[in-house]
Design a protein around this ligand. Structure first.
Ligand code: GLC
Length: 535
């Protein structure tokens, strides 16, 4: 089994994680001090969001040099040390690779825009009119009105799928294709274990299409994969392709493109099923999810550093999600919801754990978001997505143990309210409490990783269970697990399938269960059952 098939990933936001040098910003020195925490939690692979030099107009997703480190995070040598220390603990690390665009401060763009004859002009996509590629949607709907921006210097429009400060690279240029391969080589030589690849669907543009998922894009991604397989075996590519399952499938190729793809459409449906107390949305989207080639794996998640995206739902479902989970306009952004998991669950621990149980037992490799494992809150008064990127809450000391800087110097205020404030919600307190959210999640992680059926098992629904439950088998050649979730706020009694052996064991609690009797599941409860005789 490939290592990433039975792994737990952790998305680490370097600015927010830990400040080692006391300047109010997270940095590599801080990360080094906290790697033991990630190892203790059971993390196998860290996805670290952009660490490169950047004017930070999109929090580092606007890169001004692919070959350096943002000075606030440290130096290349320190990053190398992070990589070594991650490896020493048996973990892996994949940085973000932002291929689609650069910052407008990147020297390539500065040179390209100097004149229409610039030697790097074709590194970017130019046009005399803003009417080309009219079928491409706008992604940052709340801020951008067009995918074209006029460059005042050379009096042509340049193409950008995100902020206008992020011009798209032109992948029709062989030089750009080679330049990005050089970048990839540089970081792999430094020892990273692969990449989370940002904004993959948009690399190429073609008139008359929506400029997403084009064959040329797949061709180029396959080229990267070949290069990595040839020279860096064991490294992986994880795609951010926010698409419907049928459009995501081709990113796996025939097992020769991305190793992993995030399953974007599943994520909002976990929330939807819980709110409606009805599993249908989950069952339907997984029915629409095709088999993936051997050696490939989905990446699943509850939240990440962006808004909870509602791009992959119907307009009615989006309204439902907004009304349910983002009642205040301030909680919404673009086509999504800019809140963290715990507030979305009204801080109801039963629901938070239920969401994690679904994440850990449905197919896919779970990707956790920093802070959500202690139930951190958000700050909807901060702009853009910054409200879900506040300092990690390590302890109840000054600045939540995140930084020794004076509070006013922190890049963002720590969460300090009654419910989610760092005095109550922090790693130290939860580590000390065996029944804390953190310890419960850690336990689930450790149990999950010992079950081959959860890594690679097939999924079979138990269809005659009530709609307000989510009951399914995960079966691999040497293990059958029966997983039960109660999505409703009332107790349910479930008869277990006749194929269940007479005596079962709940692998989370160790409790023995006689399967001839109906099983009582309190509101929002879940069980992970194996045969007590080991079959
Ligand atoms: C991805 C990132 C997001 C960023 C965007 C543009 O969607 O997750 O944070 O703003 O790409 O790079």
């Amino acid at each position: 089994m490939a290592w990433y098939t039975n792994a737990v990933f952790y998305e680490l936001y370097p600015r927010a994680f830990a400040d080692g040098n006391g300047d109010g910003w997270g940095d590599f020195a801080g990360i080094l001090e906290r790697l033991d925490y990630l190892e203790w939690l059971g993390v196998d692979c860290i996805w670290i969001t952009p660490i490169y030099p950047s004017p930070l107009k999109d929090d580092g997703y606007d890169i001004s040099s692919y070959y350096g480190i943002h000075p606030n995070y440290g130096t290349i040598e320190e990053f190398r040390l992070v990589v070594d220390e991650v490896h020493r603990r048996g973990m892996r690390i994949i940085p973000d690779l932002v291929m689609n665009h650069t910052s407008d401060q990147h020297p390539w763009f500065r040179i390209a825009r100097q004149s229409r004859q610039s030697r790097l002009r074709d590194y970017y996509v130019w046009s005399d009119t803003p009417s080309r590629y009219a079928d491409a949607r706008i992604i940052f709907l709340d801020t951008e009105t067009s995918n074209w921006a006029l460059d005042p210097v050379s009096q042509q429009y340049y193409w950008h799928r995100f902020y206008s400060s992020q011009p798209d690279l032109n992948y029709d240029s062989p030089a750009v294709q080679q330049a990005m391969l050089d970048v990839i080589k540089y970081w792999l030589d430094l020892g990273v274990d692969g990449f989370r690849v940002d904004a993959v669907p948009y690399l190429f543009e073609r008139e008359g299409t929506n400029c997403e998922n084009l064959p040329e894009t797949h061709e180029y991604c396959k080229r990267i994969r070949r290069f990595m397989d040839d020279h860096y075996p064991g490294t992986i590519l994880l795609a951010e392709a926010n698409q419907w399952p049928r459009d995501t499938l081709p990113y796996f190729g025939n097992g020769d493109e991305f190793h992993m793809n995030f399953h974007f459409p599943l994520m909002p449906r976990l929330y939807m099923a819980l709110a409606r107390q009805d599993r249908t949305s989950i069952v339907d989207i997984l029915a629409e999810t095709p088999e993936i080639p051997p050696g490939c794996q989905w990446g699943t998640f509850l939240r990440n550093h962006d808004e909870l995206t509602l791009e992959m739902v119907t307009p009615e479902e989006r309204e439902f999600m907004w009304n349910t989970y983002a009642p205040e306009p301030r909680m919404r952004l673009n086509l999504g919801i800019r809140r963290r998991l715990a507030p979305l669950m009204n801080n109801d621990r039963r629901k938070i754990l239920l969401m994690y149980s679904m994440l850990f037992t449905l197919p896919g490799t779970p990707v956790l978001y920093y802070g959500d494992q202690i139930g951190m809150g958000d700050n909807i008064h901060l702009p853009d997505r910054n409200g879900v990127r506040t300092p990690m809450q390590w302890d109840s000391g000054p600045n939540a143990g995140f930084s020794s800087a004076p509070s006013y110097q922190l890049y963002a205020p720590v969460i300090d309210d009654e419910v989610y404030g760092y005095r109550r919600v922090n790693v130290a307190a939860q580590k000390a409490d065996p029944d804390s959210l953190l310890n419960r999640i850690r336990h689930m992680i450790h149990v999950r990783k010992q079950q081959p059926a959860l890594a690679e098992g097939k999924l079979h629904w138990v269809e005659d269970a009530p709609l307000s439950t989510l009951v399914f088998w995960r079966t691999s050649p040497d293990q059958n697990l029966l997983i039960l979730h109660n999505l409703a706020d009332v107790t349910v009694r479930l008869s277990l399938p006749p194929t269940m052996p007479a005596l079962a064991i709940d692998i989370l609690t160790g409790e023995q269960i006689t399967t001839s009797e109906p099983l009582t599941l309190p509101p929002y409860a879940f069980r992970w059952l194996a045969s007590a005789t080991g079959a």
